[in-house]
Design a protein around this ligand. Structure first.
Ligand code: ADP
Ligand code: MG
Length: 322
């Protein structure tokens, strides 16, 4: 029922940025190579994600709005082992419960697509529609039917900052996918598909190009790949430090410490190096006791992971004569 849906929705969708994260991950899972994001009023009135992925049949589209309707897999333990980002089939149903949602989707092999319009979990309209192959999902007036939550949203500036963070993370994790982002009709990011170094430059600025030390380390169990910024390029805040484990963004003071440690004595007081590092590890070595929507992580052998990350960062600095 709709109240249960609204309550469950609160766990998945806390603010506009959480919806953006779920929509982007669905597009990635659908094999999209091009993703366009449209935001109005920091996502409070409109969030739209359009992709050129595999689309959905009419039945799948209707099914996708049911709670636990995942076409993927379903155990929390599989979080770091499955290759898709989604796995619980809760996101679309949750967003549909607390917004006015429009879905347009077409499989490449179908002539016509499907249009669905849902308000607070209620399917109001379903009809065939001519559209491009792929999927476009619009979320309008998030929390329109949950005033307490709507009032709880922060200023447009703050909510947009959170959206941008989620967008940056997904864009960094998928440089082979093209992205664009429009805010109130203005294009604020245009990221052509390419290499990670190019993605970093397109996201953060041309001046990053000369500041990146490439990082690469591999053992039987784990591989580290990415870039760290040179010491003199360190920032006053931690905002530009990114760890991905098996392509999922994670926060880890422990991993961060390993990188900081590699810089020993090189960093100006109170400054934080830029880094984008991808850790690939056999999922059996990742602690499964993490909440799916949180970004914390635990490894069963933390010390080894620490040592390898530190060694990789040191090596990167040494290779660049730092
Ligand atoms: P999950 O991603 O955990 O499976 P979601 O609620 O996010 O759950 O999505 C439900 C289902 O809807 C997905 O499993 C997928 O089959 C379908 N789906 C959602 N978004 C898209 C998309 N952009 N393109 C194709 N299929 C999609
Ligand atoms: Mg999903």
């Amino acid at each position: 029922d709709s109240l249960a849906n609204q309550i469950a929705a609160g766990e998945v969708v806390q603010r506009p940025a959480s919806a953006i994260k779920e929509l982007l991950e669905n597009s990635i899972d659908a094999g999209a190579t091009d993703i366009k994001v449209i935001i109005k009023e920091a996502g409070k009135t409109l969030m739209q994600v359009m992709d050129n992925g595999k689309g959905m049949s009419e039945t799948d589209a209707r099914m996708s709005l049911e709670r636990h309707a995942t076409s993927k897999i379903s155990k929390t333990e599989d979080l770091f082992s499955i290759r898709t980002m989604g796995f619980r089939g809760e996101a679309l149903a949750s967003m549909a419960a607390v917004s006015q949602m429009e879905v347009r989707t077409r499989q490449p092999q179908s002539e016509l697509g499907t249009l669905l319009y849902i308000e607070g979990s209620e399917l109001k309209k379903q009809e065939p529609v001519a559209c491009e192959p792929g999927t476009s999902i619009s979320i309008k007036n998030l929390f329109y039917n949950v005033p307490a939550r709507r009032n709880f949203l922060k200023s447009n500036g703050v909510e947009m900052k959170h959206i941008t963070e989620e967008f940056q993370r997904v864009a960094l994790a998928n440089p082979e996918v093209g992205f664009s982002l429009y805010q109130n009709d203005l294009e604020t990011y245009n990221l052509p598909a390419g290499k990670l170094s190019q993605r970093i430059v397109n996201l953060f600025g041309k001046n990053y190009k000369e500041q990146l030390a490439s990082c690469q380390e591999e053992t039987a169990e784990i591989s580290i790949l990415g870039y760290i910024g040179k010491p003199e390029f360190a920032k006053k805040t931690r905002g530009e430090q990114f760890f991905f484990v098996n392509k999922r963004f994670v926060r880890s003071n422990y991993l961060n410490h390993a990188v900081m440690n590699a810089f020993e004595g090189l960093l100006p007081e109170g400054s934080y190096p830029f880094y984008v590092l991808f850790i690939d590890i056999d999922p059996v070595h990742v602690d499964v006791n993490v909440h799916p929507t949180k970004t914390e992580i635990k490894f069963d052998d933390e010390r080894t992971v620490y040592a390898i990350v530190r060694a990789a960062a040191r090596q990167a600095l040494a290779t660049h004569n730092i």
